[in-house]
Design a binder for this molecule. Structure first.
Ligand code: ADP
Length: 502
């Protein structure tokens, strides 16, 4: 590898070391910091040098009665005035770090003038050489190497100048060696001092940078948090608005059901009454045509009555005003009665209705009429959503139920069919009022016809009644498939009647 011979020069090597080791901090930044510190110490270095000149001049003039006292004093005053101006400008922040070179040069000239005056006034080279040495010794305090070297040069020049005045060469050699020795040791002290200063300065810059970075990150995090909080607040508001709208909608629905069912009840009763009279009339009964029409009206009235009854039930459930009369109830017996009511309809569609062994099941404390509705809707749905030739089975078993943190003995009734099944995503919603899967307009109006039309209220009534008895109802089904018919299992869990209730 080719090496630059000038790089091997130890002084240069040391200087390079000072210039390059910056711990990753840009060199410009470190140099500027050093210049700034130079600005701070310059007045002290020059101040002490000039004070020495002044004191030296006064001692010589007063005690040694040297000539040229006024001139010496004049120079001293001029030097101190120059120093004061520099000091004042520094205090006023008139100097930027980049001015440090000019300032140094100005003060160096003041020092040079002082040394030259020593030469010409005293004609004593030793005194001038002493001053040159002193100037150099003080300059070790400089942070910038170029200023240290400049002062060294100044001292050497003054010494050579003094040499021309020396009578005795011995003295000159003595001063030259002293200056050389102090230049060496001074330089080492200077390097150590500058290295330490640079390192401290770099660490300060690094710490400052990290602090600034931390501040910036903190500010960003704060801003981000604020944005997040705003977003959460906005979303919460939107959700609250949506919730209020939904509640209002639900209330409108509930109000509509309550009002409509009550309003329909009176005309329905009138139609029913008239239909009964119509059918009871002898003349009508004798005409097959009229009798068929009358039966049609009666069938429609019964169907209408059912719909209105369901609407009334839902309105009561929503307003939590179900009129329940709980009493010890034998559920298997009640279920058998409901199943028997559907036997004819099931036979028409070749459906098998069966009951599992439930005779040993304990009683529940429940309202018989309400429970009748529960199993009526469940069994009717089973028949409605099972194609012809399928089967429906009701089973029962003992279970437990958790209510208000207490585990109680319970009875579980399972109504299972081999019907079309229910899609998983619909299973949660079928217990909501008016929820119907499939195309509502495609529904036929038959009560037990396959996929016969309904009001979408049956399961809402089932859930309302079961929950009013502190029970639970849910459905299990592999999914909706009208071809494969995976079937559905409706579970009704009701607390068993407690002994103290008897
Ligand atoms: P609907 O009067 O429409 O039968 P329900 O509240 O009784 O109203 O039932 C809601 C929906 O749940 C029905 O539209 C139907 O899609 C589905 N469903 C209820 N029972 C069954 C069942 N046994 N098999 C398949 N789907 C059913």
């Amino acid at each position: 590898m080719k090496t630059n011979p000038s790089r091997d020069w130890p002084l240069r090597h040391l200087t390079d070391l000072l210039q390059t080791s910056t711990l990753g901090v840009p060199k410009v930044q470190v140099d500027e910091a050093i210049n700034r510190s130079e600005l701070r110490i310059l007045p002290f270095i020059y101040g002490s040098t000039l004070l020495l000149f002044v004191a030296y001049a006064l001692i010589q003039a007063i005690f040694l009665r040297e000539p040229g006292l006024p001139l010496l004093l004049g120079v001293a005053v001029f030097s101190l005035a120059a120093l004061w101006v520099v000091w004042w400008m520094l205090a006023q922040n008139r100097f930027a770090p980049r001015h440090v070179g000019r300032l140094g040069a100005f003060l160096a000239i003041v020092v040079l003038i002082n040394i030259q005056l020593r030469f010409y006034l005293t004609h004593d080279p030793k005194q001038a050489a002493n001053l040159a040495l002193f100037v150099f010794a003080v300059s070790v305090l400089f942070h910038a190497t170029q200023w240290y070297l400049a002062m060294l040069l100044l001292a050497f020049l003054s010494l050579f100048q003094a040499f021309t005045w020396f009578v005795d060469g011995q003295d000159f050699r003595y001063y030259f060696v002293v200056l050389l020795a102090s230049a060496g040791t001074g330089y080492i002290a200077h390097v150590g001092r500058v290295l330490a200063y640079r390192r401290a300065e770099m660490l300060r810059v690094l710490t400052q940078e990290r602090e600034q970075e931390l501040h910036r990150l903190n500010a960003e995090i704060k801003q981000f948090n604020q944005q997040l909080e705003n977003m959460v607040a906005e979303r919460t508001q939107a959700l609250q608005d949506a919730y209020v709208r939904l509640e209002r909608l639900d209330k409108t629905k509930t109000d509509f059901i309550a009002i409509a069912s009550h309003e329909m009840l009176t005309p329905l009763t009138i139609i029913n009454l008239n239909a009964q009279m119509f059918m009871g009339d002898e003349e009508i009964r004798q005409s097959t045509q009229y009798a068929r029409w009358a039966q049609g009206i009666d069938k429609g009235v019964v169907r209408m009555q059912e719909v209105v009854d369901r609407m009334l039930d839902v309105a009561k459930i929503d307003s939590q005003s179900l009129d329940l009369h709980p009493a010890p109830l034998n559920l298997p017996f009640l279920i058998r009665q409901v199943v028997n009511r559907f036997r004819g309809a099931a036979a028409e569609r070749s459906l098998t209705l069966s009951l599992g062994p439930m005779a040993d099941l304990p009683e529940v404390e429940a309202d018989a009429e309400a429970m009748n509705k529960v199993f009526y809707h469940l069994i009717m749905n089973g028949i409605k959503y099972t194609p012809d030739g399928g089967s429906l089975r009701v089973d029962g078993r003992s279970q437990t139920i958790t209510h208000n943190g207490n585990t109680l003995p319970a009875i579980e009734i399972i109504v299972q069919d081999t019907g079309i099944g229910i899609a998983p995503d619909a299973q949660e919603f079928i217990f909501d009022k008016f929820y119907q899967t499939g195309e509502v307009t495609l529904h036929s109006s038959g009560r037990t016809k396959f996929k016969g039309g309904g009001s979408g209220l049956g399961l809402a009534i089932v859930r309302g009644i079961v929950e009013a008895h502190n029970g639970r109802v849910w459905v299990e089904s592999p999914g909706l498939d009208e071809a494969a018919c995976p079937g559905s299992r409706f579970h009704v869990l009701l607390p068993q009647r407690q002994p103290q209730q008897s």
